[in-house]
Design a binder for this molecule. Structure first.
Ligand code: RIB
Length: 300
């Protein structure tokens, strides 16, 4: 079992279903409302834990019911939450999510206490934990991500999921073992649109700028992986999508769990693609994250 250290966000997702995402200035009727555990960092921590990794989570929540519930749930997944800071004076992070009939979403995040994650807390965990993989996203302060990347050099592998996109990503890529982006983030980084037709070329272009490997996730089309020695497309199983929220996090968390367990990066990519396809078939972010057994069964 590998050890995955996640420095990241935790949110409470307030999710409504509606036939479509409303236009600017428009009011429409939705059908259901649910509250789910979410946040890209916490989602990836849970995905890695369910995939069999030992997981440590570094984050921050407010001194409120949402924060306490989110930490209790992470603990219930067997995740170490000793380094989660409870901050007064800021609400726990929330995400306002609309999911349409095609399972696609739009998300507004209110960072709240996630903005109070401290670089020192991340550095201390990184130098003390003996992790195999450090997993990061850009949903927390950029300074914490930059400090974490620097502290992780020579200690395990560093995987950054550059979501949401930040143009300062260019300053980090050289120190990364793996950069994971979706097609939109890849396009923002490269300055041109990425589709399945040019995703391998795009991933190879990014590899030439520094990271040892780049994954571009492509939703229902799976993912491409480029390394210094080659590139390949990993198609996704065909499934009926109910809710795509958290599918990218399922990919990242499972990818890190596989990598941390010493599996080749190609196997980690394949497992991540299968996990994403399983996740879209269940509503909600953390409720949809698959078990190791479900992933292995789906991989055949
Ligand atoms: O990636 C999905 C996540 O993005 C949601 O759980 C939401 O909290 C936002 O962080």
């Amino acid at each position: 079992m590998g050890h995955v250290l996640v420095v990241g966000s935790s949110n409470t997702d307030l999710v409504c279903r509606a036939p479509r995402i409303p236009r600017v200035g428009e009011t429409i009727h939705g059908s259901t409302f649910h509250v789910f555990a979410g946040g890209k960092g916490a989602n990836q921590a849970v995905a890695a834990a369910r995939a069999g990794a030992r997981v440590t989570f570094v984050g921050a929540v407010g001194d409120d019911d949402f924060g306490r519930q989110r930490v209790d749930e992470l603990r219930g997944e067997g995740i170490s939450v000793d380094a989660v800071r409870t901050v007064g004076g800021a609400p726990s992070g929330v995400a306002l999510i609309t999911v349409d009939d095609a399972g696609e979403n739009s998300i507004v995040i209110i960072t709240g206490a996630n903005a109070q994650i401290r670089a020192d807390d991340a550095r201390n965990a990184i130098t003390a934990s003996g992790h195999d993989v450090l997993s990061l996203t850009l949903e927390i302060p950029y300074a914490v991500v930059a400090a974490s990347v620097a502290a992780s050099i020579g200690r395990g592998r560093t995987v950054l999921n550059a979501a949401p996109y930040d143009p300062r990503l260019a300053e980090l890529v050289n120190a990364l073992d793996v950069l994971i982006v979706n097609e939109i983030e890849a396009g923002q980084h490269l300055g041109y649109d990425i589709t399945i037709a040019n995703a391998i070329d795009g991933a190879q272009s990014i590899v030439r700028t520094g990271p040892r490997a780049v994954v571009i996730t492509l939703g229902k089309d799976g993912a491409v992986l480029a390394t210094e020695t080659g590139a390949a497309h990993f198609p996704a199983p065909i499934v009926h999508a109910i809710d795509t929220t958290g599918a990218g996090d399922a990919f990242c968390g499972v990818f890190c769990a596989w990598l941390g367990a010493g599996e080749p990066i190609t196997a980690a990519t394949r497992a991540g693609v299968v996990a994403g396809a399983l996740a879209v078939q269940v509503a909600g972010a953390q409720p949809s994250l698959p078990s190791r057994q479900a992933i292995l069964q789906a991989m055949g």
